[in-house]
Design a protein around this ligand. Structure first.
Ligand SMILES: Nc1nc2c(ncn2[C@@H]2O[C@H](COP(=O)(O)OP(=O)(O)OP(=O)(O)O)[C@@H](O)[C@H]2O)c(=O)[nH]1
Ligand SMILES: [Mg+2]
Length: 263
């Protein structure tokens, strides 16, 4: 299994994880053996057919009933219960022998990324791992919102310490000039900063300034891959970037603390 490449799709609720997974699956599986793995116990419907699916072991509705929890508590419990099934999933994946495993994660990003569940899942499944962090194009309309998303992306990167590609999804919803503006923000942090100064006021501006300065101290994300699975745009380029992401990467090493921290 040590050669298998696990690509974890992470991002805030509704950012397009499942849809992008489906498009990547269609493209990648033309040339490689690709296993779609669903780790979202709350998913009602998925735009692809998972080969291994946490919902065959745990469903949100059952956890709500059994533990008498509301939807949020039940989701938290379900994600934790996933850990019990990791050895089983690992075995299923291993016997399938895929080149790639595309991993769909729960919509509630914080459950997977900011508790220790995500790191334990990555470690439990093994192989070589990388993250695609998805940013909804909705947040690329405002420079201040965009800074918040870059902060979230950096925080996920720090948490997992894995090779990571940040991906702007649903770009079909942006006008060409909006897309150009985002590209300029990525190329020139001073331009992003000047746009924040022009847009935000009061405390919102103070916070955005602070975040920008923290980002420049730890290393501003430099790439943002643009995709629209709906129009099937950017998927080929994304696949090439994913290959490159694994290019120089060796065995997974999450260290004692569960992540390596910023390189
Ligand atoms: N316009 C547009 N809509 C998209 C695109 N990709 C996804 N969507 C829509 O965005 C919504 C959310 O997509 P999902 O793929 O379910 O997002 P998700 O991140 O898996 O959502 P959760 O698992 O619920 O957090 C759906 O209505 C999709 O049809 C895209 O490229 N363009
Ligand atoms: Mg989903």
């Amino acid at each position: 299994m040590e050669k298998t490449k696990f690509v974890y799709l992470l991002g805030p609720a509704g950012s397009g994880k499942s849809t992008l997974l489906s498009s990547m699956l269609d493209l990648l599986s033309q040339q490689q053996k690709v296993l779609p793995l669903n780790l979202d116990p709350g998913a009602d419907w998925l735009p692809y057919t998972p080969e291994v699916d946490v919902r065959t072991r745990i469903t949100l509705a059952e956890v709500m009933e059994e533990y008498r929890l509301g939807p949020n508590g039940a989701l938290l419990a379900s994600v934790n219960l996933t850990l019990n099934h990791l050895p089983e999933f690992e075995e299923l994946i291993s016997s399938w022998g895929p080149d790639y495993v595309l991993v769909d994660t729960p919509g509630q990003l914080e459950l997977f990324a900011f508790r220790d569940t995500g790191v334990r899942v990555v470690r439990g499944l093994g192989g070589r791992a990388a993250i695609l962090f998805l940013v909804d194009s909705f947040f690329a309309r405002s420079p201040t919102d965009f800074v918040s998303m870059l902060t979230l992306a950096t925080s996920v990167h720090t948490r997992f310490g894995l090779p990571q590609l940040n991906v702007l999804t649903k770009v079909d919803l942006l006008q060409p000039e909006e897309l150009e503006r985002v590209e300029r923000w990525m190329e020139d942090p001073d331009y992003l900063s000047s746009e924040v100064e022009a847009e935000a006021r009061g405390l919102r501006r103070e916070v955005a300034r602070g975040l920008l300065s923290a980002l420049s101290a730890v290393g501003m994300p430099t790439t943002l891959q643009m995709v629209s699975p709906l129009r099937n745009e950017g998927i080929l380029e994304l696949q090439a970037s994913v290959e490159r992401l694994f290019g120089a990467e060796t065995e997974l090493d999450l260290g004692e603390e569960g992540y390596r921290g910023q390189e």
